[in-house]
Ligand binder design. Sequence first.
Ligand code: HAM
Length: 409
Amino acid sequence: MRDILPEEAARWQAVEQAVREVFGRYGFEEIRTPLLEGAELFERSVGQDSDIVGKEMYVFERDRERFALRPEGTAPVVRAFIEHALYRNVADGYPARYYYLGPMFRYERPQRGRQRQFHQIGVEVLGTEAPEADVETIEMLWRLLDALAVEDRTLALGSVGDETCRPRFRDTLRRWLDPRRRDLCPDCQRRYEANPLRILDCKVAEDQALLSQAPTLLEGLCAACAQHFQAVREGLERAGVPHAVDPRIVRGLDYYRRTVFEVRARSLGAQNAIAGGGRYDGLVEALGGPALPGFGFAVGIERLLMVVPRTLAPRRPPDLAIVTLGSEALEPARGLASRLRAAGLRVLLALGRRPMGAQLRRADRSGARFALFIGAGDAREGLYDLKDLKTGEQQRLSEAAIVDRLRRH
Ligand code: HAM
């Protein structure tokens, strides 16, 4: 878990601002759900034998109720969608579109790009299985990354099929794995019985080498899934979103059906997924709602910030620093600062009396473009020396003229 210090927080704000701006253009609205949910919600959606639920969830009990710190945002949004009957607003061709920003919690082994509290930007589209939804939503993510000047990114796309082709593939995979089982790690031996598809997601290097030879779900898609996948690919091409098919994408969550994808940044090394998502038809129904399909993704903000250029969102300095000359000017300076702030300016002023040299050094360090000098005489006269700290140019101006000058700046 990490502190986000003021210098970095400016970059977070820039990302959040871009999210609201870009997602707003696509008709997405913000939704905020609690950080705590009943643990069962994730067990029923992300899946009992996923790593997230099996090993990584922070769970605690209170009055015999089991709670979890949310490890992800899709299940909570679907829960809220059902609980508040938001599906009533959904019409054919007009799904519900939500986005959220906030912390998620997973008890993972911390490493570069992986925290136990991390933050996601997530979106969920509920109520359509049209491939256009997949295309438009991925396009929106791509435009967000454009807005943030992220160049290090590739889009990997796959499909995990549906309830028609997936069980068939599970059998194919089991048959392939059977003679090789003993070479797998103990976790995978267990998964072989419970959920062999999970084996494809194993992080153990020896297992991965072996599994690179395994049959892929893409080869075994049923006609409907293959057609859906093709439509998504063509749509992305038309939208100008470059992608590569990766038949081995396995997402770590159980709810996916059909489209799955990841955006990866090469420079990030082992934890290189800056975003991941896909379609989850069947989840709303499984959690007790109507049979409405869903699609969404989440971006890891910490990882995203590693590939957002540092020049984006420099820290914002004050507009001007007030330099007080003599103790009689202290009170007038405070009054002046209040009025300038009320006029919308960002003002730096020392608390209490400080030597002029110290005040000037602070003004310089703060990055303020202007310094305003005020002595008791200036206060009586209502005229102040305003110095442009960049050019050195100095003017004597009234308060109104100073506000005007700085607003234009
Ligand atoms: P996920 O792939 O588990 O998907 O997480 C999405 C992104 O969150 C990852 O690509 C990564 O950038 C970031 N992330 C995950 N775990 C960590 C961690 N421990 N530290 C730092 N960053 C991390 C989901 O959570 C799905 N709910 C996405 C989704 C929404 N699918 C459909 N709708």
